[in-house]
Design a protein around this ligand. Structure first.
Ligand code: AMP
Length: 363
C-alpha cells in the first residue's frame, strides 16, 4: 500500500515510522526545504497548490491523507477527484476556519464560549460589548500554537490588537477561566467503526502544548466522546480527529478541532496499545482499528526551542525520546519524550527529573 501525505513535518515522520512495520510506503509533498519526514519516504518538494506535483502524488499513491491542516482547499479538491483523500475535504475546510468550526459546534449542540465574527473595527467594538471582557481576538485562519491571537483584558487593549490582527477575518471569543484543558482523540474507520482514546489533559504555555497526560476514568470522558462522535459522524470522517476543549464549571466547552493526528496524542506511541499514528493509517487503509486502551501511566513532554542532552535523558527510567531532526529555533517543536511507568508515583519521580532537564534546555 502506498500512502500520500500532504505535509512532511514531525506528524508525517511519526506516521511514516508507524507505517514502516506494516510495509506501507510513503510519498510526502511539502514545500519546506527542511522536511523532517522526508527520510521516511519519497519527498515531492513543491508548493501545496502545484498541480503537477499533486497529480504525481495521486498517480503514485493508493490513498492520500494530510498532516498539515492548512493545505489549500483547491489542492484537497484536486486530490479527491483522483484518489481517496481521507479525512475528506469537508473536514479539512471546516478545521481551517475557526468560524466554520464554531458554526458546526453550534449546529451539533456542542457548547462553545460566547463568540462573534469580526470583520471591521466597528464590529470589534460591538463584539467587545456583546461578548464582554476579558476576551480573545483570534484570526479565523492560519492561527496555530497561540499565534494570531490577542487577549483583550481592558478597553485599552482593543486598538493595539486591531492594529496587529485587523487586516483579516477575525473572531472574538470570551476568555474562558478554565480549570483545565483536555482533548478527545477519536478515530473512525472507513466502515464507520469508532474508537476513542482516554481524555488527555494538556498544559499549554504561550499557546503551545507543553505536556499531555492521558487520564484514567476522567469524569468527562463520556461527554468528550459524545461531542467527538457528533463531529466525526456529521463530517463522515475517516482517520484520527483531535477535539480540544476547555473544562469550565466541570463541563466541556469546545475550543477547536484538528482533522489529523495531534500533539496531544503523541504519548499513545508508548502509552496505548495502538498509537494514534497506527490507528490513523489503519483507518484510512481500511484495516480494523487497534485498541485505544492505556498501557500503564504516561505523560508526554514537548521540547520547545531546545533539547535536553540525550545522554542525560537516557538515564531516566521509562523515558522514550523522539527527536524530529529539526534545526533549533525559539518556540519550535524539536521533539518530545513520553515518560512511562507502572504507577503514578513512579511516573511523577521520572517526570520531575525530566522536567528539570527540559527547563535547563529552555533557559
Ligand atoms: P488555540 O490556538 O485556540 O488552541 O489557543 C491556544 C491556547 O490559548 C489554548 O490552548 C488556551 O490555553 C489559550 N486560549 C485560547 N482561547 C482561549 C479562550 N477563549 N479562553 C482562555 N484561553 C484561551
Amino acid at each position: 500500500m502506498k500512502i500520500g501525505i500532504l505535509g512532511a513535518g514531525q506528524l508525517g515522520r511519526m506516521l511514516g515510522l508507524a507505517g514502516y512495520p506494516l510495509d506501507f510506503d510513503f510519498v510526502f509533498l511539502d514545500p519546506a526545504p527542511e522536511a523532517c519526514a522526508a527520510p521516511l519516504g519519497d519527498h515531492l518538494h513543491a508548493p501545496y497548490d502545484d498541480e503537477a506535483a499533486l497529480a504525481e502524488l495521486c498517480r503514485r499513491c493508493d490513498v492520500v491523507t494530510y498532516e498539515f491542516e492548512n493545505v489549500p482547499a483547491a489542492a484537497a479538491r484536486f486530490v479527491s477527484q483522483r484518489k481517496p483523500l481521507l479525512p475528506g475535504e469537508a473536514a479539512l475546510v471546516t478545521g481551517q476556519d475557526r468560524l466554520s468550526e464554531k458554526k458546526l459546534f453550534d449546529q451539533l449542540g456542542i457548547p462553545v464560549p460566547r463568540y462573534l465574527p469580526v470583520n471591521t473595527r466597528e464590529a470589534l467594538e460591538l463584539a467587545v460589548k456583546t461578548v464582554g471582557l476579558p476576551a480573545v481576538l483570534k484570526t479565523r485562519r492560519l492561527g496555530y500554537d497561540g499565534k494570531g491571537q490577542a487577549v483583550l483584558r481592558t478597553p485599552d487593549d482593543v486598538a493595539p490588537a486591531w492594529d496587529r490582527l485587523g487586516r483579516q477575518p477575525l473572531i472574538l471569543e470570551a476568555f474562558v477561566p478554565f480549570e483545565r484543558e483536555v482533548s478527545c482523540l477519536a478515530v473512525r474507520s472507513r466502515g464507520g467503526e469508532l474508537a476513542f482514546y482516554p481524555l488527555v489533559e494538556n498544559v499549554h504555555r504561550e499557546g503551545i502544548i507543553r505536556t499531555a497526560t492521558p487520564q484514567r476514568g476522567d469524569p468527562l470522558q463520556r461527554e468528550g466522546e459524545d461531542y467527538a462522535r457528533r463531529v466525526v459522524e456529521s463530517l463522515d470522517y475517516v482517520g484520527v480527529l483531535a477535539f480540544e476543549f476547555f473544562v469550565s464549571g466541570g463541563r466541556l466547552l469546545a475550543n477547536e478541532i484538528a482533522p489529523r493526528v495531534h500533539n496531544s496524542g503523541h504519548w499513545s506511541i508508548e502509552g496505548a496499545v495502538c498509537s494514534q499514528f497506527e490507528n490513523h493509517l489503519r483507518a484510512i487503509t481500511g484495516l480494523p482499528l487497534g485498541s485505544t486502551a492505556l498501557r500503564g501511566h504516561s505523560t508526554m513532554v514537548n521540547f520547545i526551542g531546545g533539547v535536553p542532552a540525550l545522554a542525560a535523558m537516557a538515564q531516566i527510567p521509562g523515558v522514550h525520546v523522539h527527536l524530529y531532526g529539526k534545526t533549533p529555533k525559539p518556540s519550535r517543536k524539536l521533539g518530545h519524550a513520553t515518560v512511562c511507568a507502572d504507577g503514578a508515583a513512579e511516573l511523577r519521580a521520572a517526570l520531575d527529573r525530566l522536567n528539570a532537564l527540559v527547563a535547563a534546555s529552555e533557559a
